[in-house]
Ligand binder design. Structure first.
Ligand SMILES: Cc1cc2nc3c(=O)[nH]c(=O)nc-3n(C[C@H](O)[C@H](O)[C@H](O)COP(=O)(O)OP(=O)(O)OC[C@H]3O[C@@H](n4cnc5c(N)ncnc54)[C@H](O)[C@@H]3O)c2cc1C
Length: 431
């Protein structure tokens, strides 16, 4: 398994883990189990697939190597943002007008799935609607205008509002920005509480959810056999959701996804007055640079500040030392604040930055590579895969029409390759 870091058997010491409500955990898999579907990976993609399948009455077993939400799903910035992939337009030739239309719609549906699930099962995960894209350059504002005009043509039902330099303080107490675009259809939440709750609900609906059950091998066939150290699962369909942590389990999937580290620091709780100054509208925010900053307030008013992007497969020695200067640059008046938690995780990046959802063969499905934009998109992936398994829809085909490059070189050469590519883009970004 790729870069499990120092937190092999348990969650990293994050704010999310410290505020996880359901600490009961799940059993590990033992013995021989027969099921219709086996899902590998207990992040949003895997858990959402399992839950969608159980809602449709399908027998399902889920195997997670460490803990539910141990990967990116339990460590991310918690920003629930509309959209599937970056630049769907580039695929118009391949997927046609109807395909682009379908993906545009699914980009909105992805957020709705999360919102409706939270409501339906009364999940307590601090969901708060309101998100703002931040502009550090005039050209970002132009892109926001285009985005807002496009949303109007799609009859987007939520409020969007362009902000200029004088208005931006409504959203963020910093002079670092020249404007923004508010989107009340996106928002933020506590991702670990969401994913663990979803797994618990899937279990209550009859799914068998196992933690500390790393899949060591997969035997393909009409009946697939999946083995962990203590169990073997015989299944008619397999769904692989290991994302950036897939490692050597499948060489095709592994070669299509590049792991990149992203990091978050959580401050001590801010006073009400300071929280009001920093993010007065309590929105999640994100700028548009390659090396972007993304941040928001937690329910207990900590500033969760995310950023950095590493391609070496190694975490910085001190995340605080590496990330704090970025936070101080945006909020010089917060230099006195203590940082209580620091953590990071692996984002799965694809060459075209479009989620990879499809089939390796008729009965083996996969979902991965959301390129840092997966809190909502993973939920859509789970639904699309469940629909394909139950033959309810064939929406999965629109994803399968998009081709994904395999990165050349083995895992050892891929990260330097990405690092070189990203350096080039950072250079362009500076101008
Ligand atoms: C620091 C950070 C910040 C981010 N911020 C945001 C954000 O604010 N908004 C947003 O939309 N997206 C964000 N993302 C991206 C988002 O978190 C991911 O796109 C999403 O969580 C991917 O979910 P997943 O289930 O596909 O993968 P993961 O959550 O990574 O789950 C994969 C799981 O598979 C398991 N696994 C792998 N191999 C095996 C095996 N052999 N056997 C059993 N289990 C296995 C792993 O242990 C892991 O738990 C961020 C990511 C990071 C790392």
């Amino acid at each position: 398994m790729l870069n499990p870091g120092t937190h092999v058997n348990d969650y990293p010491n994050s704010y999310y883990h410290a505020s996880l409500q359901d600490q009961a955990g799940f059993k590990h898999a033992v013995g021989t189990i027969r099921t219709q579907v086996c899902v590998i990976g207990g992040g949003f993609s895997g858990v959402s697939t399992a839950l969608e399948l159980r809602e449709r009455g399908v027998d399902v077993v889920l195997l997670e190597a460490y803990r539910i939400g141990w990967g990116a799903s339990g460590r991310n910035g918690g920003q629930l943002i509309r959209g599937i992939g970056h630049g769907v337009e580039q695929f118009r030739n391949r997927i046609g007008d109807a395909g682009v239309e379908m993906l545009d719609h699914m980009g909105f549906e992805a957020v709705d799935i999360v919102k409706q699930r939270i409501k339906k099962y009364q999940i307590n995960c601090d969901l708060k609607m309101g998100y703002c894209d931040l502009a550090t350059r005039q050209r970002d504002l132009k892109a926001f205008e285009t985005d807002q005009a496009w949303l109007k043509t799609k009859h987007y039902p939520y409020e969007t509002r362009l902000l200029d330099k004088k208005d931006i303080h409504e959203v963020v107490g910093s002079d670092a920005y020249v404007g923004g675009l508010i989107d009340m259809g996106s928002g933020h939440l506590h991702p670990l509480n969401l994913v663990v709750s979803e797994a618990r609900i899937a279990e209550q609906l009859g799914a068998k959810i196992f933690e500390r059950s790393e899949v060591k091998s997969m035997q393909r066939g009409a009946i697939c056999v999946v083995k962990t150290d203590h169990a073997q699962i015989h299944c008619e369909q397999l769904v692989i959701c290991g994302n950036a942590y897939i490692g050597e389990l499948d060489s095709t999937l592994n070669s299509q996804v590049l792991p990149a580290g992203s990091y978050v620091i959580a401050s001590e709780p801010l006073s009400d007055e300071l929280a009001q100054q920093v993010l007065p509208s309590d929105m999640a925010v994100c700028d548009q640079r390659i090396d972007l900053d993304y941040y928001r307030l937690s329910a207990d008013k900590r500033l969760l500040f995310g950023g950095l992007c590493t391609y070496s497969g190694r975490d910085p020695k001190s995340i605080i030392k590496a990330l704090r200067p970025n936070m101080d640059k945006v909020f010089p008046y917060l230099k006195h604040l203590n940082i209580d938690y620091q953590w990071g995780g692996m984002i799965g990046i694809g060459a075209n930055r479009f989620p990879q959802i499809g089939r390796l063969q008729d009965n083996i499905f996969y979902a991965q590579a959301y390129s840092g934009h997966g809190v909502a998109a993973t939920h859509l992936a789970g639904k699309v895969i469940a629909e394909a398994i139950t033959k309810e829809t064939n929406r999965i085909e629109v994803y399968e029409q998009v081709k994904h490059l395999r990165f050349p070189g083995g895992p050892r050469f891929r990260s330097p390759l990405l690092a070189a590519g990203m350096l080039y883009h950072r250079f362009l970004d500076m101008f």
